[in-house]
Design a protein. Sequence first.
Length: 277
Amino acid sequence: MNPSYLELSYWQVGIAALLVLINGAVSVLLRLKLERALAVASFRMVAQLLLVGLLLKSVFASSRWQVVLSMMIAMTLIAGVAAVGRAERRYAGIYFDSLISVWASSWGMTAFALFAVLQRGTAWYQPQYAIPILGMILGNTLSGISLGLDRLGDELAGRREQVETLLCLGATRWEAARSAVQSAVRIGMTPMINSMIIAGIVSLPGTMTGQLLSGVDPVEAVKYQIAIFFLIAAGTALGTISVVLLGYRRLFNRRHQFVPERLKGPGRRSWTGVNGG
């Protein structure tokens, strides 16, 4: 362990945890009724992170490719399902599209990082690198996919008349849906672009901050963070455009017709008000 690294005790972490009382006080004063949600979120966050910490400790100790690969698969499955959970309007096959997009983009970028960027002489499944890199890419790709799916559904639902008019006038399904697709991809990529714009000026990114706290040379920490940013940006772009295009193809048939009944809103009802089957 780096001698300059300051290890936190549990009571020190507890002192930081007291800060959640500020959130609770704001909720009480403004009558937001968020006290229960804050308590549940705080408990879940602590429990989940402690569980992950114990799990990672055992994974790091074993360094077996089967264990590392199993954890990477589990992380990917959870991310794919979680991305759909934020989308209000859904369609049959949305989970498959999300899982495929998350898997292809995040694993592709992780492989690029391990074999092309790091070029380590050690095995690819070294958990110190494989799991954290995949986790960072997954988290951001998940957000892009979620935002893209949500915007695609909103755009097609809100522009139904425009889309169908274009199709009646002889437009192809791509010509009719292009505006919605562009908007969905744009909204999915925007948070990542904003993060890159303010990095180093307004905020210090997580990877860089963690390495600085562990005593790594600042320039080395910056180099890692720059590489991570580009990996995340590429993964987010690939994941977002993949899931949006897959969704677009499911909502239009081969005869270049828009099929709005496939698009269901909350409560498994279509946005047109017809019960989904």
